[in-house]
Design a protein around this ligand. Structure first.
Ligand code: AHR
Length: 503
């Protein structure tokens, strides 16, 4: 057994956790919409064709916001195709995923689904093949009460009340050569600024996310953020970050260390935002929207084969990663990273939600089940509320590819309004338990009321429709708390949620 010490204090305040960091994402891609949330012939389908069993799982997961409708898809999307009588909506070739989009589910249907799933829509506009004009029109359609062309069209199409969409993305990954209408940083910064101005003139209550780099690895990273923000700083509220990790090499210690790179990424982008703010002598701070993050690599072979065999198919099973237990641990560490950056990251979306690189899987005509990565997000969303506190940790570390010193213990802490404290912890050590000794004297007389552990001896263990409970959280050791000192065991290779309340 290894040991680790932690000191927590109310004054070690990072910032208020914005609950939108537990958001997710649904793109018109693969079986996310058709055959995922929407399956009119399913026994559980509601009057709108949405699967009630999937809605139940989304509610259990507790995602406060869902980014929609893309992703790469949005860069060739005409929002007008997705409203009005369904039988008159056009079928289009989607050049992002080489499939056919039927537009059976569109803005009205998705807004209804979001309501049923207790979540909010974060809507992306197309700044790839389109521009500021269409962007301001869709804001008018969605949010203006009535008395104008687009708002009256919404009323005519069945929604008397505006949808009231608060958060909008100004395009998607506009730096990527794979994107329809890719732009240089200057071109995109100008387009984003003009779109932002018009959109906020239509509805001054909205908030806007400009596209940062599509990944930290892209050669234009850094310069892109600086130049884009130099053009649109005054009219946007957030800058986006996207990051996916993979473990093709089967190097688990390295894989579990990747959350440290995510942390660095966040701090770098925040610095660039502040550099532009300083240059402009602005009082305004740009916050971060980490609106695509996850593990993504398991499905790539299968996807290549599908593109060859079924170009222009509808709702193909694309990006259907089956997540392992070790993926869930990295996802846990990524959630810890988001919480520990609560002062800057105000929005984050696990990409994605159903079937496509997703925590929730479905079989058409069949069941719905939770993948391994479902559980850390569910628990973070349920208990990672209030103020994020910086834990001071001393523990052993290890070295691996790219990282000289990886602490075996990664942790975040959330202090709720009622004085309850929750500690989230990943033990990265593959073989040794950790005895965690925490000094919590600043919080008075606390006791551990719950300790949930996600662990499996097999790094590659997965959940399936027939074995959905292979990797699920179980009760852990409640340890001992005495005069503000807690001692608890974190099993080797595990995700832990420790809840404490006043005695
Ligand atoms: O989430 C899958 C894809 O990953 C998104 O469409 C795109 O934005 C990113 O490259």
């Amino acid at each position: 057994m290894k040991t680790a010490s932690m000191i927590l204090d109310k004054d070690f305040r990072i910032g208020e956790i914005d609950r939108r960091i537990y958001g997710s994402f649904i793109e018109h891609l693969g079986r996310a919409v058709y055959g995922g949330i929407y399956e009119p012939s399913h026994p559980t389908a509601d009057a709108n064709g949405f699967r009630r069993d999937v809605i139940g799982m989304v509610k259990k997961l507790g995602v406060p916001i869902v980014r929609y409708p893309g992703g790469n898809f949005v860069s060739g999307f005409n929002w007008e195709d997705s409203v009005g009588p369904r039988d008159r909506r056009p079928h289009r070739l989607d050049l992002a995923w080489f499939t056919t989009e039927t537009n059976e589910v569109g803005l009205h249907e998705f807004a209804d689904w979001a309501k049923a799933a207790d979540t909010e829509v974060m809507y992306a506009v197309n700044l790839g093949t389109r521009g500021p004009d269409e962007a301001r029109s869709v804001v008018e359609y969605a949010n203006h009460p009535s008395g104008s062309y687009y708002s009256d069209l919404r009323v005519k199409n069945g929604a008397k009340d505006p949808f009231g969409i608060k958060l909008w993305c100004l395009g998607n990954e506009m730096d990527g050569p794979w994107q329809m209408g890719k732009k240089t940083a200057y071109e995109y910064g100008r387009a984003a600024n003009e779109a932002a101005k018009l959109m906020k003139w239509v509805d001054p209550g909205i908030e806007l996310v400009a596209c940062g780099s599509s990944s930290r690895e892209i050669p234009t990273y850094g310069g892109w953020e600086y130049e884009v923000l130099s053009e649109c700083y005054d009219n946007v509220d957030y800058l986006s970050l996207h990051r996916y990790y993979e473990n093709r090499a089967g190097d688990t210690p390295h894989f579990l260390a990747r959350s440290m790179e995510m942390d660095l990424f966040i701090r770098e982008v925040a610095s660039i935002c502040d550099a532009v703010g300083a240059k402009k002598k602005s009082k305004k701070k740009i916050h971060l929207s980490f609106d695509e993050w996850n593990v993504w690599f398991h499905s790539s072979e299968q996807d290549r084969a599908l593109y060859k065999s079924d170009r222009w198919g509808r709702a193909l099973p694309l990006l259907e990663d089956v997540y392992t237990f070790e993926d869930a641990l990295l996802v846990g560490a990524m959630l810890i990273t988001l919480m520990r950056n609560a002062d800057r990251v105000k929005v984050a979306c696990m990409a994605q939600l159903v079937n496509v690189i997703a925590p929730i899987m479905t079989r058409e005509g069949g069941g719905v089940w939770a993948q391994t990565i479902f559980y850390p997000l569910m628990q973070a969303s349920a208990f990672g509320r209030g103020v994020s506190l910086q834990p001071l940790i001393e523990c052993p570390s290890y070295a691996c590819k790219d990282f000289d010193e990886v602490p075996i213990l990664d942790a975040a802490a959330a202090l709720a309004d009622d004085g309850g404290l929750t500690i989230f912890a990943v033990n990265r050590d593959l073989t040794d338990d950790i005895r965690l000794q925490a000094d919590l004297r600043a919080f008075g007389d606390l006791q551990v009321t719950g300790h949930s552990v996600l662990h499996h001896d097999g790094a590659n263990a997965v959940n399936t429709e027939t074995a959905p409970d292979t990797v699920v959280p179980v009760k852990g050791d409640l340890g001992a708390t005495d005069a503000g000192r807690m001692s608890v065991v974190l099993p080797a290779f595990s995700w832990n949620v420790i809840q404490l309340k006043k005695r």
